[in-house]
Write a protein that binds this ligand. Structure first.
Ligand code: NAD
Ligand code: ZN
Length: 355
């Protein structure tokens, strides 16, 4: 498989590096002197972190709520608010938060320069014009959204990313201190997103030495963090997230992600916890990964919610299957070119009904 993918060109890393965000933004500010648009998870409103954001009077602050995962409608609304704020484009869009907030920032930066609705661009390489310069600052580790070429959005028809080279952040700032306030269960579920990226990448048919190198390291880091309570766990998990993301740029995710997209589209279950619910049922596909996953759940005292799908209306179940079957590359990576014969609708339904 030939790929010529773009990566994040600038990365700042280390505890306390958030204090240098203004330095990092300086170059962009100098270039056209316009305003910055900050998109910040509203969980940080009125917190010490909020007071450390280098917002100038001329900048726009948009607090975003991510109780629901990002939708194309939310992106369109935020984009319109930036446009209403000024006739000029912002110098930069800066996203501060977990995967949801970073994805909103990526999508808004794209939609400021591309016409229409975000839903027009869900798919692969549909974006035509470069985005506004955009910066990602993760406050949760695991999704790899800081490094990926996608922004995952729930649209009117499906949950699917805007995958393009233009989606990739121009700058990321990785400060492990920022993840300290995350609730333990959320930290675990988002961390498991990374673990599952690695398992799916490492056992996929798209795997090559590039993906393996990043995937193996990230998987080991996850095990250190969640089984051995590593002393510098926040640093390690942040790097695991980055490496896990790098692993899947040259491969793909697999069965768990294909099923969990359906789960979150219909039931609104968030990505990290949804993946965990799905992955727990995938012993037949990922035996070693599921064994390690259960060990990590035990060690961290995590109890997964049960019975999420049982009793669901037929129509919803069918739609869940439809959503998951749109994800051809994921299935092909997991099961090979012949995947349609292996993964029938009935088999998918059977898997869903166990969750
Ligand atoms: P999230 O961003 O949805 O946040 C989960 C919860 O944690 C929210 O309530 C949020 O307010 C809170 N939170 C975040 N940081 C916090 C902190 N430091 N302290 C306290 N609370 C905090 O969680 P996530 O798991 O990072 O992201 C999931 C999203 O990422 C999904 O929408 C998923 O589709 C997307 N995703 C994107 C990619 C990609 O490559 N773009 C990859 C995987 C997942
Ligand atoms: Zn994921």
């Amino acid at each position: 498989m030939f790929r010529n993918f773009k990566t994040v060109p600038r990365i700042a890393f280390g505890r306390g590096s958030f204090n240098r965000l203004e330095d990092v933004l300086q170059e962009a500010r100098r270039e056209n002197g316009a305003f910055m648009a900050f998109l910040v998870d509203d969980v940080f409103k009125d917190t010490p972190l909020a007071r450390r954001i280098p917002q100038k009077e001329t900048d726009l602050m948009l607090w975003v709520n991510v109780d629901e995962e990002p939708t194309t409608a939310h992106v369109d609304d935020l984009t319109a608010r930036v446009r209403r704020f000024s006739k000029r484009l912002p110098t930069a869009v800066v996203g501060i938060g977990g995967g949801s907030t970073m994805d909103l920032a990526k999508a808004v930066s794209l939609m400021l320069t591309n016409p229409g609705s975000a839903s027009d661009y869900q798919g692969w390489d549909l974006i035509q014009r470069p985005a506004v310069y955009h910066v990602g600052v993760p406050t949760l580790s695991g999704t790899g959204a800081e490094v990926s070429r996608t922004t995952v959005l729930i649209g009117p028809e499906r949950k699917l990313g805007i995958n393009s080279d233009h989606t990739v952040f121009d700058q990321i700032l990785l400060d492990p201190d920022l993840t300290a306030s995350a609730p333990a269960d959320q930290r675990f579920y988002t961390g498991m997103d990374c673990f599952i990226h690695c398992v799916e990448s490492l056992s996929g048919t798209y795997l090559n030495a590039f993906s393996r190198a990043f995937g193996e390291k990230a998987l080991d880091l996850c095990l250190e963090v969640f089984l051995q309570a590593a002393s510098d766990a926040d640093e390690k998990l942040m790097m695991a997230s980055y490496f896990g993301g790098m692993s899947i740029v040259y491969s793909q995710v697999g069965v768990c992600h294909a099923l969990s997209y359906g789960l979150s589209f219909i039931l609104g279950i968030h990505h990290g916890i949804g993946n965990s619910i799905v992955f727990n049922q995938l012993e037949e596909f990922y035996p070693e990964g599921v064994r390690q996953f259960r060990q990590m759940m035990d060690t961290n005292g995590i109890a997964l919610p049960k019975g999420q799908v049982a009793g669901i209306e037929d129509e919803k179940l069918e739609k869940m299957v439809d959503v998951s079957l749109t994800l051809d590359p994921l299935w092909e990576n997991a099961l090979g070119k012949d995947w349609k014969r292996i993964m029938t609708r009935d088999r998918i339904k059977d898997l869903y009904l166990r969750m």
